[in-house]
Design a protein around this ligand. Structure first.
Ligand code: S3P
Length: 452
């Protein structure tokens, strides 16, 4: 499953019961941040459990290009010798962030208050995504961006020589925007403040505090407010990355819809700003149990047991929950297609600017599989066919989007006829072992033959 190159179609026929333990990869959001903050600390940060998906590898390469010493010691074990706040060197070449919106937006933030220039690009998916949401607040610090129309990549960012701190209210619910502003604030004198109407994933705030920065978080009338005092000396850390709840969602949802399944996903991160899917699934009647809840490395974790759940019913997902499950709507839509009744997902406009337009990708793909789906600009509704009721029998476009590819392979596992995704390559961006992991649980996939 190469992330780039020739498309690799993959077919999922109906699966027998899934059983066993699913050791999903390290958290993607936390992996990016470990590398970036490690690069900005003075001394050596050691990381275990790092996700070695292409998105994170591209961020590791970027940190080396800005002057940090990045070393891989073994599976998931990395060290990064940081250059200190404001210590980034000017990269000699273009920074290619591949498929990763998180990578490019956070790295732009991290360099925006250092007087160097860097040119950023990415794959066709990333080059189509909006960057103005990040370059606009970075301009308030004094950084200058020149990109294609609409602020699209490739884009050159020149960091501010005399940065000023910023007080910014995010116009969209985006942890990437919040994080870019906070990372830029690291090298601005005084307090940089970000206020968000809805709290998004808070790994940046947690990790900044862990590295020794002064961060205060409070809920105010204007929203969730994070203040950071600039120019701290970041102290290197030992970081154990928890397993990714967004990756866990795929085997968990597969177990819920494939008859006879029971799996355990050990050690998954259950930070409340990330765990909205699991609340939603329980609201629908999913049989989930959280075993051994504990805290590791400042993040709540537990072992999650999931059993086949034929009695799931459609619900309206509260829009205020969207930020805490934003990456999980594609796989939720697959579960919804296997539940009784309609699942309505309002307040999901942000899905239209992910690795693909995920509302459109899911609506078209599920319709091709025989489901009824309604959509508006800001919502979509999947009309469930009941357990095992999805006809399937379609080839669906993955659109350079790992989560679309994985969602439709899981749809095929519970459908009446096999489902093919036209390119499983993008799965390597976040979940390189997806196929062997699912096969160990009992799934069966078939690579399409050359002339298929
Ligand atoms: C992420 C934030 C979210 C999410 C993405 C990871 C992060 O994006 O969809 O997969 O690590 O900050 P937005 O900030 O665009 O909501």
């Amino acid at each position: 499953m190469a992330a780039h190159g020739t498309p690799t179609p993959l077919t999922a026929p109906a699966s027998g019961p899934l059983t066993g333990e699913a050791h999903v990869p390290g958290d993607k959001s936390i992996s990016h941040r470990s590398l970036i903050l490690g690069a900005l600390a003075v001394g050596e940060t050691r990381i275990t459990g790092l996700l070695e998906g292409q998105d994170v590898l591209d961020t590791a390469t970027a940190m080396a290009a800005f002057g940090a010493e990045v070393v891989r010691h073994g599976e998931g074990r990395w060290s990064i010798h940081g250059v200190g706040t404001g210590g980034f060197a000017e990269p000699e070449d273009v920074i290619d962030c591949g498929n990763s919106g998180t990578g490019v937006r956070l790295v732009m933030g991290a360099m925006a208050t250092t007087p160097i220039a860097a040119t950023f690009t990415g794959d066709a998916s990333l080059r189509a995504r909006p960057m103005g949401r990040v370059t606009e607040p970075l301009a308030l610090f004094g950084a200058e961006a020149r990109g294609r129309a609409g602020g699209r990549l490739p884009l050159t960012l020149t960091g501010a020589a005399l940065p000023v701190p910023v007080d910014y209210a995010t116009p969209v619910a985006s942890a990437q925007v919040k994080s870019a502003v906070l990372l830029a604030g690291l090298n601005a004198p005084g307090a940089t403040v970000v206020t968000e109407r809805v709290a998004t994933r808070d790994h940046t705030e947690r990790m900044l505090a862990g590295f020794g920065a002064e961060v205060t978080v409070e809920d105010t009338a204007a929203g969730h407010r994070i203040a950071l005092i600039g120019r701290p000396e970041l102290r290197p850390q030992a970081i154990a990355v928890p397993r990714d709840p967004s990756s866990a969602a795929f085997p968990v949802c597969a177990a819920l819809i494939v008859p006879g399944s029971e799996i355990v996903v050990p050690n998954i991160g259950l930070n409340p700003t990330r765990a909205g899917l699991y609340t939603t699934l329980q609201d629908m009647g999913a049989d989930l149990t959280f075993e051994n809840p504990r805290e590791e490395g400042g993040e709540p974790v537990a072992d999650l047991r999931a059993r086949y759940s034929p009695a799931m019913r459609g619900i309206t997902v509260p829009p205020e929950r969207a930020a805490s499950m934003i990456d999980e709507y594609p796989i939720l839509a697959v579960v919804a297609a296997n539940a009784e009744g309609a699942t309505h997902m309002p307040g999901t406009h942000e899905l239209r600017v992910k690795e693909s337009d995920r509302i459109d990708a899911m609506a078209r793909g599920l319709r091709a599989c025989g489901a009824r789906v309604d959509e508006t600009e800001d919502s979509f509704t999947v009309h469930g066919a009941g357990p095992g009721g999805l006809p399937g029998g379609a080839t669906v476009a993955a659109r350079l989007d790992h989560r679309i590819a994985m969602s439709f392979l899981i749809a095929g596992m519970a459908a009446r006829a096999p489902v093919t995704v036209d390119d499983a390559g993008p799965i390597a961006t976040s979940f390189p072992d997806f196929r062997p992991l699912m096969e160990r649980l009992g799934a069966r996939f078939e690579a399409a033959t050359e002339d298929a």
